[in-house]
Structure formats: C-alpha cells, structure tokens
Design a protein. Structure first.
Ligand SMILES: [Zn+2]
Ligand SMILES: [Zn+2]
Length: 305
C-alpha cells in the first residue's frame, strides 16, 4: 500500500474494550471458535549486551522475525531455517547484526530444500545502509547476490510507513518512528485477520517522542504495547539527542495512548541497558497512568489473539 507517511485506511473498532486483569488465568483464553493465539517470542529486548542481555529481536509465529539483534543467536538451527521474513525497524547495529550470520547459518539447508531467499523488509534507506555498510564484500559478502544472482540467500524488499504487509498469514502494519536514522515500528494483528479480528501487538521501535504514532493508534485496538525506554531520567538530554525515550518523556507519550479505544493497555518496556533495569523501572513506577507497565524479558512468549 504505497501511501504518504503514516497514512493508513484501516477501519476503526466502534466501541472501547473492557480491561481484564492480565493475571487472571482465563483473561487471554480464546473463545471456542477463535483461532489459536499468535505467539510472539521475545528473543532479545536489551539496549546492549552482557551475560543474559540480548539486543532486540522478536519471533512472530515461527517464520517472521522483527529485528535481528543478538537474541537471534538463541534459536536452534532448525528454528533459524524456518525464518522466511525479517522486518527491520532501522539500520542500527543492535537491530541488524544477526542478519549476516543468520544468512550464512541456514544457506545450505534452505537451498538444499529448494526454499526461496529470506526476504528482508525495511525502509529503502535502511536497505541501502545494509548494502553499503555490511553486505559490501568487506564487512560481509553480498548475500543478495550469493551464492548466485539467480538464487541468493537474501532478498531485500522495501516498505513504506503505512504499508500493511501480509507475511506467512500474519498482518503487519509499518508504523512511524522518529529516530536519528530513518526508522519504523510495527503493529501485528491478532486473530485470523480482518477488521473484526483480535487486537494488535505494537512495537514502537527506537524512537523519541512520536505524535504520529499516537495519532495512528487512536484507531487501532492495542492489546500489548512494547515501547522503548533506552535511558534513565539522569540521561534525559542524551535521550533527546539520540532520539530515544526516558521515563520522563515516556509518561508524556503514554498520556496520548488512551480512551476510548485504548483506555487500559498492557505496556512492556524494552531497550533498557544491562544493569539499569531496576533504576529505570523505579522511575517509570512514578508515572501516573491507567496502563499496566512492566519490563519485557528475553525468553518471554507473548500471546496475541
Ligand atoms: Zn537505534
Ligand atoms: Zn536500538
């Protein structure tokens, strides 16, 4: 859907939803006729690395990867080989570094099985950055032309803000993000698809204050929001310069996520640096908000639908 920045044509849900306690065992149980919930496996959600801390990557179902940070390395070879699509929020290394090694890991297995290239979906400037600075024959071979131009390991596929993609049966909308490089967030639809399906899992990507995002979410029912808080309040100036959020700016952002459609949402904090989680969550706990906020954890499996 080639459209202007952040313009979409998605129909709205007519009425607000109740806000069940997520700790109630049955609160996410599907209705008897509902499709099985979509799984979103958090492979990495840290702003940097250390033992137990992995950078951003989410496995949607078993064949779509959102961002390719160091968390991808926890997947088995068989799990890696099932990935047909990689969506990238932006070109920064903590979100893209595993693509190169993933391509090498699964190349022989996928080609022997006659599988197509892994499609890497991103904004055109992000794909250009990958081509110029990673798959340039110096840092890494150009796997968009290897092992042959006819049957390469990777295929680069550009998207634009506002596009709605259907990949492996999953509907994913490309959202705006405002970062130091061209950037996107993603909304993944739960249920079986269509306007009457379940709510949406939303990942902001790396972003500073982003009014276009909140404008868009006024007409999407958000079931789970994964939002970044890359810095503590002591580094608010640095957060501003690097176009990230900190708890002080996060509070103002979440104030824009509200009634009637998203009066009470499960919010998960991502991109906190190793060793800073307790301090950042302590500052976030002082935000006055109707939403339920908690830290995201690597290894967590979210269910949507
Ligand atoms: Zn970034
Ligand atoms: Zn990042």
């Amino acid at each position: 859907m080639p459209s202007g920045p952040c313009v979409t044509s998605v129909s709205q849900r007519a009425s607000p939803i109740p806000c069940p306690d997520p700790m109630t065992p049955d609160s996410h149980a599907p209705a008897p006729t509902a499709p099985p919930p979509l799984s979103i496996r958090v492979l990495g959600c840290s702003g940097a690395i250390a033992a137990g801390s992995r950078t951003t990557a989410f496995l949607i179902g078993d064949d779509v990867l959102i961002d390719a940070g160091t968390g991808v390395g926890d997947l088995t070879l068989a799990e890696l080989a099932r990935i047909d699509h990689i969506l990238l929020s932006h070109s920064h290394l903590d979100h893209v570094l595993a693509i190169a090694l993933l391509a090498d890991s699964v190349l022989a297995q996928r080609q022997a099985a006659g599988r197509p290239p892994i499609q890497v979906h991103a904004l055109a400037p992000t794909l250009a950055a990958l081509r110029d600075h990673i798959f340039n024959g110096v840092i890494w071979p150009d796997f968009t032309r290897l092992p042959s131009a006819e049957h390469p390991a990777l295929e680069f596929v550009p998207f634009e803000h506002g596009d709605r993609l259907v990949l492996g049966g999953k509907t994913i909308e490309v959202l705006c993000a405002l970062h130091t490089v061209p950037a996107a967030g993603f909304a993944v639809q739960g249920g079986a698809g269509g306007d009457d399906a379940g709510g949406w899992w939303v990942f902001t990507g790396d972003t500073g204050p982003n009014p276009l995002l909140w404008q868009r979410l006024q007409s999407l029912r958000v079931e789970q929001l994964v939002i970044e808080a890359a810095f503590g309040n002591a580094e608010r100036a640095l957060a501003g310069i690097s176009r990230h959020l900190c708890p002080a700016t996060l509070g103002a952002e979440l104030a824009a996520l509200g009634a009637p459609l998203n009066a009470c949402v499960d919010v998960y904090i991502t991109h906190v640096k190793p060793g800073e989680l307790d301090a950042v969550m302590g500052e976030i706990a002082r935000i006055e908000t109707p939403h339920r906020i908690r830290p995201l954890a690597a290894g967590q499996v979210m269910r949507l639908g």
